[in-house]
Design a protein around this ligand. Sequence first.
Ligand SMILES: Nc1ncnc2c1ncn2[C@@H]1O[C@H](COP(=O)(O)OP(=O)(O)OP(=O)(O)O)[C@@H](O)[C@H]1O
Ligand SMILES: [Mg+2]
Length: 274
Amino acid sequence: MPASRLAGESLTAGYEGRRVLDGVDFRVEEGRVTVLLGPNGSGKSTLLKTLARTLTPERGRVLLDGREIHRYRTREVAHRLGILPQSPAAPEGMTVRELVGMGRFPHQRLWRQWSTEDERAVQEAMAIARVDDFANRPVDALSGGQRQRCWIAMVLAQETDLILLDEPTTYLDLKVQVDLLELLVRLAHEGGRTLLVVLHDLNLAAAYADVLVMMRDGRIEHHGSPEAVFTAAHLKAVFDLDAEVMRAPSTGRPICVPSLGAAAMPGPRQEVPA
Ligand SMILES: Nc1ncnc2c1ncn2[C@@H]1O[C@H](COP(=O)(O)OP(=O)(O)OP(=O)(O)O)[C@@H](O)[C@H]1O
Ligand SMILES: [Mg+2]
């Protein structure tokens, strides 16, 4: 089994008066893309926040490179692990370049301000996420998809080995989603980075994940290869989704076609007045 740089052991976590995770054991495999799937409210973001130390577990522990994460200084964690939270908000008026530059915070020291290394990392991240065309515009004046790409650039500029992304494809058009997932796979397979990504698009998840994880009601129900995890029975049990699962002709990966209701069935259509 590949090594794990990040692992949760018996994690029980939640919010004031609400327990979400209950004794979750979870390992993120090094150099792989792990995709986390689950219905709304199943605890995906809560798990990511707990693994990234944004949320302190009630019980259990998180191990980062074999050491309990709460023993690290904030800057040390930020050197090793970058997280893109779900729906982040940029300070009003902040430009794209400034936001992406925030990813360099862990690399700066009081006596060493902005360096050519920081500049290179920001330029590279902006080019990869394709936000360099609007680098000087305020983030809050961009479209939803452009804004999402700025946040991705910020996490990339941090240049961490471990990257946790909570729904990074929200607001992105399909072509940009595919480009992003291709990039994430390259970062893992060619760059040796470790990625944990929450997605809602089942077919893209099955197409790009090395490891697929399905959560339901704060528990991990299935964890393994897409072939083993992405089955009609699991989709029904986890999402209450009736779907046919088949193989994509070009890749051999599983894909699902949801069973649709009567309104989608062939038949005489109502005439729509011109
Ligand atoms: N800040 C919070 N305070 C209280 N309860 C919360 C908070 N954030 C989430 N919850 C609750 O915790 C449960 C799990 O939420 P979580 O955000 O982890 O789900 P999720 O799987 O990420 O869902 P989604 O797909 O909608 O993003 C939900 O019942 C949610 O209402
Ligand atoms: Mg979430």
